[in-house]
Ligand binder design. Sequence first.
Ligand SMILES: C[S@@+](CC[C@H](N)C(=O)[O-])C[C@H]1O[C@@H](n2cnc3c(N)ncnc32)[C@H](O)[C@@H]1O
Ligand code: SF4
Length: 358
Amino acid sequence: MLSAMYIHIPFCLNKCNYCDFLSFKSTDEERKKYVDAIICEINMYPKFPLETVYFGGGTPSLLTPEQISRILNNLNIKSSAEITLEVNPKTVTLEKLKLFKKAGINRISIGIQSFNDETLKLLGRLHSSAEGEEAFHLARKAGFENISLDLMFSLPNQTLDDLKSDLTHLFSLKPEHFSIYSLIWEEGTDFFAKLEAGIYKETDNDLEASMYELIIDEAKKNGYIHYEISNFCLPEKRAIHNTKYWKNEEYLGIGIGASGYYQNIRYKNILKIPEYYARISNNIKPILEEEFIDSNEKELYEYILGLRIIPDGIVPKGKYIDLCDSLVNSGFLIKDNSQYNLSRKGILMANDVFSKFI
Ligand SMILES: C[S@@+](CC[C@H](N)C(=O)[O-])C[C@H]1O[C@@H](n2cnc3c(N)ncnc32)[C@H](O)[C@@H]1O
Ligand code: SF4
């Protein structure tokens, strides 16, 4: 049965220079109206007993703890559920974090991006390295025992030594989990414009590969398990919510631009706030597009998403066994009885491996 819900909060204090996530600046009034609307949307679906709830953004920590509490009170949440809130360091105080915890949040994911002040400025982040670190300590003080940090690498002019210093800083904090993303040059961003104008250039492929290998090796040395392409955790601390995506389980996506997977349909919600409100006020689900997933596509998703979970891998059937065997021969997969996992080479070239399935 469906057991996960993603809730999109499309508000940010400011747009970061690299980011094309659906988010805008907002007033208190707009955030209040939006919370009312997502509660209406939530009530259009059955009250599934949820094992995970994920507030993503944008910057969900721009909502007040009361607003988070109101949303959670409209859900049917199992007592053992993982309830995650994405946090921007600039939006929290000790008091606010304590109240988020009281409202039911038990996992915090903080957008750190880098511990280098110059890099943070280049990224257009509003916080310093010290403020990022302070947000982590405040979350600990508020009682959070499950904290994830987001970082980025392969940034303009970043050297291997810059990355090394970010990693040293990261491991000194001992978060339970971290995600580290290689920069994607998204069209429409300030970064993309600078790339086109020749002000920035893309990181050389060899340097990017060395950076990724450094991350993998340093994480291992520091006791972290590399359990997904961009995700690392201490033992037993995988992100339960995201793992449901990679296991191809169904989930509800709530809020503008949210994606969901429900009753064999992958859907995406409307991207414009006024249209979203119009649908909600007419009590119509705010779905923009839907795609029915037949059993063949479901199997394909299971393999492509499943391979992302590096330690678990996949157990293919039918024609996919031959494909996986050929990927073992070319060194991209490792076979253990009927289970296939990405090799180190496969991890480094994961997108090439996934494309072989399509
Ligand atoms: C919704 S944000 C997380 C929370 C919050 N908005 C923040 O940034 O503090 C999700 C993460 O995606 C990553 N991200 C965003 N844009 C990216 C890009 N263009 N390339 C790679 N990673 C990106 C960042 O690490 C970011 O923390
Ligand atoms: S990275 Fe986070 S804070 Fe920055 S614009 Fe994107 S969603 Fe907002």
